[in-house]
Design a protein around this ligand. Structure first.
Ligand SMILES: Cc1cc2nc3c(=O)[nH]c(=O)nc-3n(C[C@H](O)[C@H](O)[C@H](O)COP(=O)(O)OP(=O)(O)OC[C@H]3O[C@@H](n4cnc5c(N)ncnc54)[C@H](O)[C@@H]3O)c2cc1C
Length: 384
């Protein structure tokens, strides 16, 4: 397997790196404190194509494959994670559904505007009683002559206040369990669509997650994504693909923290020498670097498997599980190496520490990834 990135992807990574330095980092503290991404930064992100990372070129996107998308996400994760999550939600779970399951009409209507960033995308599955048990959603969709009528509530939906298009899962036939769930493309201007309170969160400031309310929400028949009854399988496939991108983001943030920690350990002196000369600190750095190296291999191998059409349900769960756990361990060591400075909010380490925590929860908790991996292992064993 060749792990070398193409020159196009490498140039894209370089462009993202200078965008971070010149445009994002100067406003990172502002984003953190205001819990909002400045409109000018969103506009600049549009102008360099960051909303079309994984949308095919024929619709105006960059058309990157999973390896390319991971490379860009890895770089984008080396700055304030709230900004990265806003973009990654759009480029991942927000748009994957239309790219993978949309018909020609839906692709023509939605993808060009999604690729330009004119229409930001979101993914709405979670409900108050349906988190890990996503098949337990209660939002209903009743078919009338020329439309579906949706009623229900979603929670924690990232990008809700800014998004124009939502991939929404709802129950069309309650007697069929998961096979009675359908996915819909819902626009914010459809009658009956409401965005509720934006949640205050431990981290990921800038990425806004909110409740959604559907009160006799009217969705045209042609906005069913895939066929009726395919919504739950669609959601699982979208999440599986999204998990590889999430692992790439955990990788990028972990690399950033290692770089910062390595530099600080050389520069900070205690007891008459740099702290890197204390074996315990050197070992922390060695452990961080080793786990990051494993994560890098796993991430790109899984991305490559997805690109050549192999099933990656188990591997995507593994890399999401491992990536989020590595990010959290690396962030913890980074705070420890920085001592008091690691706890001070004007310095970025404590922000990454808080931002890391949610990666073990959203897009499927660590426990659910383990259930998924174990179920696949059993299936593979029993089919031998
Ligand atoms: C910041 C943020 C952004 C989010 N963005 C989105 C979004 O854009 N779209 C969207 O649809 N959702 C989104 N979510 C929802 C997220 O995916 C869920 O929070 C997550 O899937 C967990 O569901 P829950 O919070 O209901 O926890 P629960 O399912 O109630 O789990 C609570 C605990 O019980 C454990 N548990 C539950 N069932 C089992 C089991 N069978 N075996 C072992 N352990 C189990 C869990 O692992 C966890 O530790 C977001 C959440 C957050 C916090």
């Amino acid at each position: 397997m060749n792990f070398e990135l193409s020159s196009d992807i490498q140039s894209m990574k370089d462009a993202v790196r200078s965008f971070i330095q010149n445009e994002i980092e100067p406003v990172a503290l502002e984003i953190e404190e205001n819990d909002a991404i400045p409109a000018a930064l969103v506009q600049q992100s549009r102008s360099i194509g960051l909303f079309g990372i994984s949308i095919p070129e024929q619709y105006g996107g960059l058309g990157l494959d999973t390896v390319g998308k991971c490379a860009v996400f890895e770089e984008l994760a080396k700055t304030i994670n709230g900004y990265t999550v806003m973009l990654a939600t759009h480029n991942g779970i927000g748009t994957i559904g239309v790219v993978e399951f949309g018909n020609a009409e839906q692709k023509n209507r939605y993808l060009p505007k999604m690729a330009s960033g004119e229409w930001i995308a979101a993914f709405a599955l979670t409900e108050p009683q349906a988190g890990s048990n996503a098949a337990n959603i209660r939002t209903t969709a009743v078919k009338k002559s020329d439309r579906y009528v949706l009623n229900g509530q979603k929670i924690y939906i990232t990008n809700s206040p800014q998004a124009h298009v939502f991939t929404v899962m709802a129950v069309t036939d309650a007697t069929l369990g998961p096979k009675g769930i359908t996915s819909f493309l819902v626009e914010k201007d459809f009658p009956g669509f409401h965005v509720g309170t934006v949640e205050r969160k431990m981290g990921l400031h800038g990425a806004q997650s909110a409740q959604l309310y559907f009160e006799d929400l009217e969705v045209p028949l042609e906005n069913v994504l895939g066929a009726e009854g395919q919504g739950y399988t669609n959601a699982l496939k979208i999440l599986a693909n999204g998990r590889i991108g999430l692992a790439a983001r955990c990788l990028g943030s972990s690399e950033y923290l290692l770089d910062k920690s390595l530099a600080y350990a050389h520069q900070r002196e205690q007891f008459g020498k740099p702290i890197v000369e204390q074996q315990v600190i050197a070992h922390y750095l060695a452990e961080m670097a080793t786990e990051i190296e494993v994560l890098r291999s796993m991430t790109y191998r899984t991305a490559w498997m997805a690109d050549i059409g192999m099933s990656v349900v188990k591997e995507a769960a593994m890399v999401k599980l491992y990536g989020s756990e590595v990010y959290n361990r690396v962030a913890d060591k980074a705070v420890q190496i920085h001592g008091g400075l690691g706890y001070i909010s004007d310095y970025p380490i404590e922000r990454f520490y808080r931002d890391a925590r949610v990666t073990r929860i959203y897009e499927g908790t660590s426990e659910i990834q383990k259930n998924l991996i174990a179920a696949r292992l059993r299936k593979e064993y029993l089919s031998k």
